[in-house]
Ligand binder design. Structure first.
Ligand code: TXA
Ligand code: MG
Length: 339
């Protein structure tokens, strides 16, 4: 597609300038962030933003997050900004956190997916912020995967999905967080978490009367109900293999796996590896490690030729909520009890 010869750029000033020049020229460049790699273009240039949707094969009604390099950009992009949003920006930004605000007219409809709001975030990654500053524009950037596939957490993942579709990928190494930003909106004195991430409900507690976790964090969108965040209606994060979340203790899990086919793999915690005799990969021990490694492991399982993947999920608290949310979506909400 498009027939680009995709350049792999490093983090040298010359390379960051090259990436920024491409963006200034209305092109799409994949950039590292602390969460996942993003597919970046000038957020205020409709033609450039359309190229993002084309490269990703993303549905047009799914809005893009606008990335900024300074807090006062909020008032250039949004109006009626609640005090809590300013407080959060001043206290937490740069951070793996996206805030939804009423958008100003400078943001084209294609960027906001036709909505009258915009998601804004300041990434906690120096190269990402430098590219924003050097290019002189705010960057619309969804995760740099093909639509529906797990988000990329390395330049290699991006190359696998985007080679030939975009002119350049900036290689910033592995992403520290590994799952996409927490997405929040403001409802009076309350904050609603639309997509859980590394910034937890606990970290937001002091900025709101109540923190509401949207029910789509752990459940599919109910039939006929409109998604507060359009991304929640689409299947997500799915490798080629069928994914299942398995509940129950580790002994029950080993028994459960004993009669599975040789194309079945388990995704387990490092601490359980010694007890586990069958085909498997591990994804760390703590929820932060699980988050960091999850998407990479899902891609590896595809490369191993797994047809079925059975996953042990962490408790759905703190960062564990983000891990469970991504796993349940990858699994299409299929949960099995190991007995
Ligand atoms: O960590 C991240 O957020 C990464 C990096 C690249 O910054 N970006 C990312 O973008 O995950 P994307 O497009 O893959 O996911 C954005 C999510 C989608 O579910 C979208 O529906 C939601 O945020 N979203 C964006 N703008 C919104 C808005 N105005 N109202 C509600 N939801 C919005
Ligand atoms: Mg995405």
């Amino acid at each position: 597609m498009n027939g680009y010869k995709t350049e792999l750029l490093d983090l040298s000033p010359l390379s960051l300038e090259r990436a920024s020049a491409l963006i200034r020229a209305g092109e799409v460049v994949a950039i590292p962030t602390e969460t996942v790699y993003g597919l970046a273009a000038n957020a205020l240039n409709s033609e450039a933003v359309k190229k993002i949707f084309a490269a990703k094969e993303r549905p047009a009604d799914n809005p893009l997050i606008v990335h900024i390099d300074r807090i006062d950009a909020l008032s250039e992009l949004a109006h009626d900004i609640p005090q809590a949003a300013w407080d959060i920006a001043e206290t937490l930004f740069p951070a793996p956190l996206t805030i939804i605000l009423p958008k100003k007219d400078c943001i084209p409809q294609v960027t906001s997916g036709g909505l009258d709001t915009v998601g804004i975030r300041m990434p906690d990654n120096a190269a990402a912020r430098e590219i924003i500053t050097r290019s002189g524009c705010f960057l619309a950037a969804p995760s740099a995967n093909r639509s529906g596939y797990p988000s990329p957490t390395s330049a290699e993942h991006v190359m696998n999905d985007m080679r030939g579709r975009i002119p350049a990928v900036v290689d910033g190494g592995s992403c520290r967080v590994g799952v996409e930003s927490t997405v929040i909106c403001f409802e009076g004195a309350d904050i609603r978490i639309l997509r859980p991430g590394f910034i937890t409900a606990e970290a937001l507690r002091s900025f709101a009367a109540h923190i509401i976790i949207d029910e789509t964090a752990m459940k599919p969108l109910a039939d006929g109900k409109e998604a507060k965040s359009p991304g929640m209606k689409y299947k997500h994060y799915s490798p080629r293999a069928d994914v299942y979340v398995v509940e129950g203790g580790d002994e029950a899990f080993v028994r459960f796996m004993s009669d599975k086919s040789d194309k079945a793999y388990a995704l387990i915690f490092d601490r359980d590896e010694k007890k586990y005799p069958y085909r498997h990969l591990c994804y760390g021990d703590t929820p932060a490690e699980n988050a960091e490694q999850l998407f990479s492991r899902l891609r590896e399982l595809d490369e191993l030729g797994a047809d079925e993947v059975y996953v042990r999920a962490p408790d759905s608290i703190g960062i564990g909520l983000a891990v469970c949310n991504r796993l349940l979506r990858a699994a299409g909400f299929r949960i099995i009890s190991a007995g």
